[in-house]
Design a protein around this ligand. Structure first.
Ligand code: VG1
Ligand code: CO
Length: 543
């Protein structure tokens, strides 16, 4: 095998965000751009010669070309074996599953998750470690540092690998195994949930609709729901992955998954609806004419985990990201297990799961998962809900309302202002920081500010500290407003405002969240000067 050593110069913008490096496709197509970042990963992780790597992506535009480049660089680097999903496909949870099951050194996942795809859309790449989880900050920072001083990369001169045929081939001294992307993952799901009970539920006329949003989960959903659980084929929608996700935004929320939302809120609606995102790790759960917030979903899965075979032995603990509502904290208290509050991003859950401190984790951004892998897992969450529904034989809405009656309701909403100018977004955040002193103790109607700060986290396992994780304004009644800048966007800035208030009174649980949170929303707009500084009258997305 001939290996070329190619001279290169650093790009200055290869800093991984909340979940890997995400840029527009034309940026990744620039000469040496992908190669520089991949070499920076390899130089940082220092894998021993002959190590095994997992490789796959969500199938978006540029996936195949990137995989061919990475295979040739992996061979030049000295990997002995690469497991690559057929067609270059692996959902993010499936990649995590495969990394763990075959005890590999790590994996590279190609995805920009919920960001749009296509020639002018987004592409992304991230590295996961041997536990199957996203590399911790220590490693992503070292990768960024390596990318700033890279001078050369190495790539094998070899023919492209046939990605559409299962089986082994050689690339120089390295073996490339093209594997079935679905089988290992589907088997893991079958080991956690009561498939017989779910099958009986579906046979009994319980109707579901799953929207794969033209993204990676289509083949996974068809194998699991249709082939293994007997759901009718037409209960799957947009289940053929497309490189541009059909021109849509593969983000399962009330705005971007409106096709599914209209069906679940329409006449003759099915009993249950769900959707997942570009790379299959997010989930949205709907009942008939009913939306379950992701924060409530985490709490409800935790409260009902004893009904599910894989979790009936109990939970070690629960973790949620800081902006996620405290609904899960109430369940943890009732179960007498710890609840951890981490910064946004799944990489912060890995240490807690590896140390056996938590079993379930969740984020308000439609991410839920457990220690079965080290990524959030869209289909896992859907199966968890179906398992609970099969046992409890109640509607989604009835289960949520009973949960609120028992624990109280953490009324919650997130307002996203997408694609605003960076200067305006930074100005809002600076203003908030500058206002900390005057905000402390300030009175807004019946609400008084108890605490305001920029959230920082000390990892209880390795002691690492992460600062600047979002501005929190917490009132004396524990309602709160959180401001955070997104770390996954590629164009301008996205400002997120998270709003939460606790409502113990059952007679008020029917209220619309926007109505119930109206006071907090107006305080948030006032203290941030958001409208004045961005010229935006309303959020782009409300969830
Ligand atoms: C967003 C979410 C965060 C999630 C991340 C990756 O990050 O808020 O909770 O972990 O996306 O999810 P940010 O920095 O844009 O708020 V995925 O499914 O896009 O990999
Ligand atoms: Co995702």
């Amino acid at each position: 095998m001939q290996v070329h050593t190619v001279a290169t110069v650093p790009f200055t913008d290869q800093k991984p965000g909340t979940s890997g490096l995400r840029k527009r496709v034309p940026t990744f197509q620039k000469a040496h751009y992908l190669e520089n970042f991949v070499q920076s990963i390899f130089d940082t992780i220092a894998a021993p010669p002959g190590a095994t790597l997992v490789l796959g992506g969500d199938g978006r535009y540029y996936n195949r070309a990137a995989i061919q480049i990475i295979l040739k660089m992996a061979a030049a680097y000295g990997f002995g074996h690469v497991l690559v999903g057929k067609g270059g496909i692996l959902s993010t949870p499936a990649a995590s599953c495969v990394i763990r099951k075959y005890a590999t050194y790590g994996g590279i996942i190609l995805s920009a998750s919920h960001n749009p795809g296509g020639p002018d859309g987004d592409f992304g790449i991230k590295y996961n470690t041997a536990n199957g989880g996203p590399a911790p900050e220590k490693i992503t920072e070292a990768i960024f540092a390596a990318s700033k001083k890279i001078a050369q990369y190495r790539i094998a001169d070899a023919a492209d690998v046939a990605l559409d045929t299962l089986g082994d081939s050689r690339l120089g001294d390295m073996t490339v195994s093209v594997i079935d992307p679905v089988g290992d993952y589907a088997g893991l799901m079958e080991s956690l949930f009561d498939f017989a009970a779910i099958r009986t539920l579906l046979e009994g006329g319980f109707r579901i609709k799953f929207d794969a949003m033209h993204a990676v989960n289509g083949p996974y959903a068809r194998e699991i729901f249709v082939r293994r659980l007997g759901a009718p084929a037409d209960s799957m929608m947009n289940a053929v992955p497309l490189p541009d996700f059909g021109g849509g935004h593969p983000d399962p929320n009330l705005t971007y998954a409106h096709e599914l939302v209209e069906i679940l809120y329409g006449d003759d609606a099915p009993d249950f609806g769900a959707a997942s995102d570009g790379d299959g790790d997010r989930n949205m759960i709907l009942g008939k004419h009913f939306f379950v917030t992701p924060s409530d979903s985490l709490a409800i899965l935790a409260a009902n985990a004893h009904l599910v075979p894989g979790y009936k032995q109990g939970l070690a603990g629960i973790a949620r990201s800081m902006p996620t509502s405290a609904a899960a904290d109430r369940v943890a208290a009732a179960l007498n297990v710890p609840c951890y509050e981490t910064p946004t991003g799944w990489k912060f859950f890995g240490n807690l799961m590896d140390a056996g401190k938590v079993t379930l984790c969740g984020e308000e951004s439609f991410g839920t998962g457990s220690d079965h892998i080290r990524e959030k897992d869209g289909l896992w969450a859907v199966l968890f809900w179906l398992n609970i529904l099969a046992v409890r034989k109640q509607s989604v809405e009835a289960i949520v309302r009973e949960h609120w009656a028992r624990f109280g309701r953490n009324v919650y909403s997130r307002h996203d202002y997408e694609g605003i100018p960076n200067d305006a977004a930074n100005g809002v955040m600076k203003l908030l920081h500058d206002s900390f002193a005057s905000l402390r103790g300030a009175q807004f109607g019946h609400l008084q500010v108890k605490l305001c700060d920029d959230f920082s986290y000390t990892d209880p396992v390795d002691g690492s500290v992460s600062t600047g994780q979002g501005v929190r304004i917490i009132f004396t009644d524990d309602s709160r407003i959180v401001f955070r800048l997104s770390g996954t966007g590629t164009e301008g800035a996205t400002l997120r405002i998270y709003l939460e208030a606790f409502e113990p009174d059952v007679s008020k649980h029917h209220l619309d969240a926007q109505q119930a949170l109206a006071t907090l929303i107006s305080i948030a707009l006032k203290i941030s000067e958001l409208r004045e500084r961005t010229g935006r009258e309303r959020p782009t997305v409300i969830t």
